[in-house]
Ligand binder design. Sequence first.
Ligand SMILES: O=C(O)CCC(=O)C(=O)O
Ligand SMILES: [Fe+2]
Length: 185
Amino acid sequence: MIEYSKEVMKLGKLVFELLSEALGLNSNHLKDMDCTNSLLLLGHYYPPCPQPDLTLGLSKHSDNAFLALLLQDHIGGLQVLHDNYWVDVPPVPGALVINVGDLLQLITNDKFISVEHRVLANRTGPRISVACFFSSYLMSNPRVYGPIKELLSEKNPPKYSDTTIKEYAISKGSDGNSGLHHLKI
Ligand SMILES: O=C(O)CCC(=O)C(=O)O
Ligand SMILES: [Fe+2]
């Protein structure tokens, strides 16, 4: 876990640099906003399910983080919601899945949209996955986050009011739905 999280931290920093450039910002912009300050690693164990049609491995949610880097095994079952359809994200050996989380949607003023996803239950298994989140409310900084000023204009006014990561976690609640509507201006 310690070795893996060090590597994920390196990769995450690179991804945040690329995302900063994609937004037309200095490559250090997102790192300088403390997006890579903490990493939460969650190990998931989904036992085989005799009646997979009656339940889910993990119900629909978007991630309460800037970014999630996900390592899944060969079992499959991860799906993302795209245009109201659930789309399979089949496992690719050696590949990671990178999901945009709610906090990145907030600071980019909807330039990047957090992805709703779920995991189907499976007759075979167990399925094992490792999700790493930048950043987590469990070790959050006291910083206040809102849409990045450099991205705003008269045509693109702020869509969300400012929040701390902790406040956001509280407004989001535990049902998994995005808490961003609470912050809509
Ligand atoms: O197990 C997976 O593939 C997804 C895990 C996940 O979405 C999460 O931990 O937020
Ligand atoms: Fe997730």
